[in-house]
Design a protein around this ligand. Structure first.
Ligand SMILES: [Fe+2]
Length: 355
């Protein structure tokens, strides 16, 4: 069993990660977004976790951090020792070890997108903030950004980690939840020295001034006690480059009516994978399905590769589509099929489930 529990929250391309120690129930929340706290707390409780620290991997330009609310409720805030944020925080230095229950992670300074960007590495996991994305790099055109420094950070601090390291980025705009160091080293065009030198993909030409909305976010996220709006402002910048590679074709999707005969057949050459959370799987699942929670798929890539062709399912078909896109992006499952309508539709039709 994994020593940790992982849950990634996605919201308009922004990713927040909950990393919990299974043994002690202590958890770290990474890059929380204003307005989403109830959802973070409910999920932590569902997993039997207690959030003991919040990490902002850098001063965010694209959204407002929820770190202040956690600070006010007695939770520690962790940020880089180099940050200009005036909120009370534990100052993390390069090479330092941080602990969450029995879990230990090493702090890596990875400047470029911002001067105060840090990543955590440990337990086969790299939480990288806005540096390396699936198939691209973060923007480096804010005032104070440096594309050369970002590239150097990614090449020397991240791409030197073991190939099978699961990478949790701060953003994903193509519905790809995570990636691996080996996959990005082999395929990411923005870290390829020849392509970068040829200027085929210009990632962030530096500007002299930030947009007003970026300035508002930065000023608010740096302030000790800013007046916060009750919800996240709708007009936000994006932290991905505009040159980010387009999505590939949508994975195949089939209805419950189409797939039910396959499930019932004795000779079924496809593996049925349920990506819901463990308690959802326990309540009811398709007979013979295997449980691989979406946020933790990255730790099971070798098994999934051996499993071969797969039919992916979740509650309604949304999370399993993310799983299908991510596993196909990584080349783990070549032609995944998503179950349209998910278990909800399956049960509506009176098809068999196991409890
Ligand atoms: Fe960012």
């Amino acid at each position: 069993m994994l020593p940790l529990t992982l849950k990634t929250f996605t919201d308009s391309g922004c990713f927040t990660h909950l990393v919990g120690c299974r043994a002690t129930g202590q958890a770290l929340l990474v890059d929380p977004k204003l307005g989403k706290r109830a959802s973070y707390l409910k999920t932590a409780a569902d997993f039997g976790l207690r959030i003991v620290a919040v990490l902002d991997t850098h001063t965010h330009a694209d959204h407002l951090s929820d770190s202040l609310a956690f600070l006010d409720s007695g939770t520690e805030l962790w940020m880089s020792a180099k940050t200009a944020c005036r909120r009370a925080h534990r100052e993390l230095a390069d090479g330092e070890e941080v602990r969450i229950g029995n879990l230990a992670f090493r702090v890596l300074e990875v400047p470029g997108h911002t001067n105060d960007s840090i990543a955590l590495h440990g337990h086969g996991l790299a939480i990288v903030g806005d540096t390396l994305f699936a198939g691209s790099l973060a923007r480096a055109d804010f005032v104070g950004s440096s594309h050369a420094q970002l590239l150097e950070s990614v090449r020397t601090r991240l791409l030197t980690l073991p190939d099978d390291t699961v990478v949790l980025p701060g953003h994903g705009y193509r519905d790809i939840l995570f990636t691996t160091i080996g996959h990005e080293r082999r395929t990411n065009p923005d870290v390829d020295p020849e392509r970068a030198a040829s200027g085929l993909r210009v990632v962030g030409s530096k500007t002299d001034a930030n947009t007003p909305e970026v300035e508002f976010n930065l000023r608010t996220n740096r302030a000790a006690r800013p007046k916060l709006p009750t919800t996240q402002p709708t007009a936000v910048a994006c932290c991905a480059p505009t040159s980010a590679a387009p999505s590939g074709p949508r994975p195949a999707e089939k209805t419950c009516e189409e797939l039910a005969p396959l499930q019932a057949a004795i000779a079924n050459d496809r593996c049925w994978i349920d990506v819901r959370d463990p308690w959802e799987f326990q309540e009811a699942h398709i007979p013979g399905a295997l449980s691989y929670p979406l946020s933790e798929l990255g730790f099971h890539l070798a098994e999934l590769r051996r499993a071969g062709p797969a039919i992916l399912q979740c509650r309604s078909g949304v999370r399993s589509m993310t799983a299908a896109k991510t596993l196909r992006y990584l080349g783990v499952i070549g032609q995944p099929i998503n179950l349209a309508g998910g278990i909800l539709r399956w049960q509506e039709l009176g098809l068999p489930v196991e409890k």
